[in-house]
Design a protein around this ligand. Sequence first.
Ligand SMILES: [Zn+2]
Ligand SMILES: [Zn+2]
Length: 343
Amino acid sequence: MLGCVIHGQDDLRVEELPVPVPGAGQALVAVRYGGVCGSDLHYWRHGGVGDFRLKEPMVLGHEVVGTVVSYGDGASGPATGTAVAVHPATPCSVCPECADRRRNVCRDTRYLGSAARFPHVQGGFAAQVVVPADQLRPLPVGLDLRRAALAEPLSVALHAVRRAGEVAGRHVLVAGAGPIGCLVVAAAKAAGAERVTVTDLLPTALEYARIAGADSLVRADDPDDAGWRRLSEVDVAVEASGVAAGLDTCLRLVRRGGVVVQLGMLPPGLSPFAGNLVVSREIELRGAFRFDGEFDAALELLAAEGSFDGLVSAVVPVREAESAFALAADRSRSCKVLLDFGG
Ligand SMILES: [Zn+2]
Ligand SMILES: [Zn+2]
């Protein structure tokens, strides 16, 4: 079977891999689609993401949907042939964070296609993948596999909005209109935000944010954009670009006492931003990392809302993985790009 393996910076290979065999408690899934994530692109272009560095070859991919093939000993779940989305996290269930029901920040979690621990956890960009059976979720009625491939990034977005606290009736700013930023827009609207404004440098990216439900769009590089004037009353800002300038923008624009959620993974090491604004304006700066129970809510939201289809900008056969990655990295030409493992 074919899989998509990162060997190091700029060294992405589509290669023949052995078909895995599910062990006790595990399921074998025939992968149909895998969404290319910003973190996959970081492993490819930089050999790491955030402070996680690549130390051995790793199958990429954690945004995975497909159909159930078989189960290992003692495992059960959706019937063979059922369309499923794969929850990519296996928290340890015994650490203090797990005990505190903050499983997304578990200190000993396993996450598909992540170099956060060593040996790395191999990912799901392969024709077949073995995962713990209890991480399979059958798709709700009305949801096809293509749209379901957005379940993982939408879960990330839902978690970020939850971290922001109450957004109903509020004005939310989203910095960065990549796939995650766009899904934060959708999540904020679903949570009742009255107005969602999105900033980005790229007009194409802003158009995807509009598809996701943004009320107003602001060109981040244009100080004369009329949209800036309406931003003095932002209650909540979600930083989804992963650059320090985005965080700085959020801190400057959120109202006094407002909430800023840092969702984008910043570059490794220290990041410059106007920290004194956190002090003098009593801004609450909160991190958001991955998700936990939001995965089920994401599937329900995807099933209910067809406009998400507009955020899947391309579906590319796995053999052309490198061009799919190049496309996903070029935000002037794409939003979410899916790899197709369906033959
Ligand atoms: Zn992702
Ligand atoms: Zn844990």
